[in-house]
Design a protein around this ligand. Sequence first.
Ligand code: 5AD
Ligand code: SF4
Length: 437
Amino acid sequence: MTTFGCQMNAHDSERIKGMLEELGLGEAPSKGEADVLVFNTCTIREKPDTKFAAYMGEAAARKRERPEMIIAVGGCYAEAQRERLFSLYPDVDVAFGPGTIPHLAEWLGAGGFGVERGVWGTGEERKFAATLPMHRERRFQAWVQISMGCNSTCSYCIVPAVRGREVSRRPGDVLAEVTHLAQQGVRELTLLGQNVNSWGRDLLPEIHTEFGELLRACDAVDGIDRIRFTSPHPKDFRRPVIEAMAECAAVCEHAHLPLQSGSTRILKAMRRTYSRERYLKLVGELRAGIPDLALTTDIIVGFPGETEADFRETMEVVEEVAFDGAFTFVYSPRAGTDAAVMPDQVPDEIKRDRIDRLVRLVQRLAAERNELRVGRVEEVLVEGPSRTDPSVLRGRTRRNTTVNFVGAAAPGDFVDVLIERATSTTLGGSQAAVAVA
Ligand code: 5AD
Ligand code: SF4
């Protein structure tokens, strides 16, 4: 891991390290031996791009020797150069912004890399559970893993091969951890699983439950004000979960719903088991059931056989849904997956061109969506000072948008912020009143 820039980035790097450790990825003795190179970048300091370019040159040379190595680029430079990053540095596998560190871990541990983790219920439990306070970047936010493995067989994804079948954590164990975290001062929870919406199925016949019920149980824990989850598979998003999201005060109005492709033909080749129409129908149901819902997604471009027409269908769905944000990935063949040996692999230049176009569209739509928030008062959970201006505070809305605002509050406070400005990834404003002490 190489960190550039400010204190905030150093702090984030600690958090990235913690999450990677949870995935079983420790620090490598040297760069040459690393399976994953993480660059946490900066745009503030003088000439960070030239320094970064030099590091990337070196990383690209290493990757030529070891093509399986993953290059991940995060931080402010990655965020600022989103549109061009993949064109500028074709060896980058995954980019992530300052607010999307949990997602990096998900990609590396799941779709991207597939690192084996321990097993539930044994001594390994320590690795996932609440006994990792030093890995918790903020005392008021926590991630809770609810399942591991995956029963789907998406043809691009390494998870089923390395992680095996889905194992759900028992509801009693999840709730014990959540209660413990709440007692320690945690206000915001993110429940993690490869497919949170199939949680509980493997507990039958002993325990009869589903994810909606788990959301309701977490919602009932005293002190937990916000509940998030990632990721739900569109094929398993059912009524009880939509109802729980609508009815539970703590469950945030945000769903991260991986689309992957907007072409039914490609979705079939990916073995996602839903069509473009079914995805759009689900989006309609979610929006009808949960007022003011924010929708984000994952999209892969350049899957084998993806034609310009298929890609246009993805662009159409993105435009139609108007996502609040999207993680965009260049398809990368993972040894051992079916897609890696499919004919018609898409040439790199075409993949780069498509991701650049997609990122531009995503940014335009996200900016438009954020613009709609201007003039509203949003409840913000304060996370700390702004990354660029320490006199300004930063936090997140229930819809998971980052807000930089002028005010007087401490990390962990909930405050009302009047939104005055918007970009594609952030909102800006000023504190209206303290909502919850
Ligand atoms: N190539 C590119 N992106 C991938 N993902 C998973 N596997 C791959 C791959 N081989 C992406 C998917 C998933 C996210 C976590 O990572 O979009 O939703
Ligand atoms: Fe991989 Fe598909 Fe399972 Fe997600 S649902 S972990 S993409 S196999």
